[in-house]
Design a protein around this ligand. Structure first.
Ligand SMILES: [Zn+2]
Length: 394
C-alpha cells in the first residue's frame, strides 16, 4: 500500500490526558493543555465569556460591512453553507440585520440526507440565492475512497472544496468578502494563531485544513493504488478543490472572515435562531447515531463515518464533540458530558452503512480491515476478540 498521508497520526501523544474542564483529550489533533490541564478550546471559551469586548467587535463588523455593502443590490458577500444552523445563522444576520446581499455557495455533501436536502430548500425559500457545486460523481467518489484508505477519513475531499470553492466563486463573481460561520480551530480546539483575528491568510488555512497534502497529492496516491487512472487525475475539475492562485486572491483583495469573531458563537443558540428564521428542522428520528444531539451535521449520509473514524483514531467520537461544546457554553455540566460520552461515543453508524460501502465501492470486509488498521495500539486492545478502548473520560 502507498504510504499513508496523514501526518497527524504520527504526532499523536502516547500518553492520554483529558481536559479537566470538558471531555476532550490530547489525542485530538492540535489540542493542547495549559498547566491546569485545561484545553485550548476551553480557555478560549473563557475568553468569550469574560475577556472579549463584544460591543467593540460589533463596531468592527459595522465598519467592515459598510465598506463592502453594494449600493445596487448586487452580491457583496459570499457565504459558504448548506442551510445548516451555523451557515444559516451567518447568512441570515448578514442579510437581515446588516443589509448585505449574500451569495450562498454550497459544496454539496457526498450523499444528501432527506433532512439535509429539506433544510437546504427551507433555507433558500426564506430568501437566499445559492450556487451549488455537485462534484464529478466518479472522481469525487474515488477521492473519497483514496482518502478513506490512506487517511482513515473519506471526508477529506469535502473539506478541500468547502474552503476552496468559496474562493473560486468569490473570484468568479468579483466579491472580495467571504463570511464563514465559525473559526473551528479556535472554537473546537486547534491552532490559536488566528483566534483573536477576524480572518486568516490563505497560507494559514492551507496548513490548518489540508493537513499538509492537497487534492493533487491525494489523487496521485490514488493512481499508485490503482483507484484512479493516470489520465483521470489530470481532470480540470480538481481545480475546484484548490485555492485559486494567491496572486489572483491578492489582486481582488479577497478576505475570509468568521462570524464567530464578531458574534459570540453558541451552536445551540444558532440552532434556535435557524429554527425560527431559516426553516431549519432537526432529525425526525431523534438523535444522530453516535451522539445524543439532534441538530449538528445532518446533511450527509456519510458523516457518521467521519465521526466514527475519529473515534477509532483518537478515541474521541461524535458525542465527545457535542458534549465538549455544550460544556463550554454552559449548557451541560462536565459530569453530564462524561455520562453522555460514555453512553453514546463510538456507536456504529449503521443506518447508512450499505450506502457508504456502495459509494466507496468497497466490501464490508475491506471496510473493517481499514478501520482496524487505524486503531493506535496505545488506545485500543483486543479482549476476547472484541476491540476495547483502553481509556475513557472519567
Ligand atoms: Zn476542555
Amino acid at each position: 500500500m502507498a504510504d499513508r498521508l496523514d501526518k497527524q497520526l504520527a504526532a499523536q501523544s502516547r500518553e492520554v490526558q483529558y481536559c479537566t474542564h470538558c471531555v476532550v483529550s490530547n489525542q485530538r489533533p492540535r489540542t493542547v493543555f495549559n498547566k491546569d490541564g485545561v484545553c485550548n478550546a476551553c480557555e478560549y471559551a473563557w475568553q468569550k465569556e469574560h475577556a472579549i469586548d463584544w460591543s467593540a467587535r460589533e463596531a468592527e463588523l459595522s465598519v467592515l460591512l459598510d465598506a463592502h455593502r453594494s449600493k445596487d443590490g448586487s452580491f457583496d458577500v459570499v457565504v459558504p453553507g448548506s442551510g445548516g444552523k451555523d451557515s444559516g445563522y451567518a447568512a441570515h444576520v448578514l442579510k437581515e440585520k446588516y443589509g448585505m446581499h449574500p451569495l450562498v455557495v454550497t459544496w454539496a455533501p457526498f450523499i444528501y440526507t432527506d433532512i439535509g436536502w429539506k433544510n437546504f430548500n427551507n433555507f433558500i425559500s426564506t430568501g437566499f440565492t445559492a450556487l451549488s457545486c455537485f462534484q464529478n460523481g466518479v472522481l469525487h467518489r474515488k477521492l473519497a475512497r483514496t482518502a478513506f484508505e490512506l487517511k482513515g477519513d473519506a471526508w477529506e475531499p469535502f473539506t478541500f472544496g468547502q474552503k476552496a470553492f468559496a474562493f473560486q466563486m468569490a473570484l468568479k463573481f468579483n466579491i472580495p468578502l467571504i463570511f464563514y460561520g465559525e473559526n473551528g480551530e479556535a472554537e473546537y480546539g486547534g491552532s490559536m494563531k488566528s483566534a483573536f483575528k477576524p480572518f486568516e491568510s490563505v497560507e494559514d488555512w492551507d496548513e490548518a485544513y489540508f493537513k499538509g497534502s492537497g487534492v493533487d497529492a491525494l489523487a496521485q496516491k490514488g493512481v499508485e493504488m490503482g483507484i484512479f487512472s493516470a489520465g483521470e487525475v489530470l481532470d480540470k475539475t480538481f481545480d475546484l478543490y484548490k485555492a485559486p492562485p494567491l496572486s489572483d486572491i491578492k489582486k481582488l483583495g479577497v478576505q475570509m472572515h468568521w462570524m464567530s469573531y464578531y458574534h459570540k458563537w453558541v451552536p445551540q443558540e444558532n440552532f434556535y435562531y435557524a429554527q425560527k428564521h431559516t426553516g431549519f428542522v432537526t432529525n425526525e428520528d431523534g438523535r444522530s447515531e453516535g451522539t445524543y444531539s439532534k441538530y449538528a451535521s445532518l446533511d450527509d449520509k456519510t458523516d457518521g463515518f467521519h465521526f466514527y473514524l475519529g473515534f477509532i483514531k483518537f478515541g474521541l467520537g461524535r458525542a465527545t464533540r457535542d458534549a465538549m461544546m455544550e460544556i463550554r457554553s454552559g449548557h451541560i455540566t462536565r459530569e453530564e458530558g462524561v455520562a453522555l460520552v460514555r453512553r453514546y461515543d463510538g456507536e456504529f453508524p449503521k443506518k447508512y452503512f450499505k450506502e457508504f460501502l456502495q459509494y466507496l465501492n468497497i466490501t464490508e470486509e475491506r471496510f473493517w480491515e481499514i478501520v482496524d488498521s487505524y486503531r493506535p495500539p496505545h488506545l485500543w486492545e483486543k479482549i476476547n476478540g472484541e476491540w476495547k478502548l483502553k481509556y475513557q473520560v472519567k
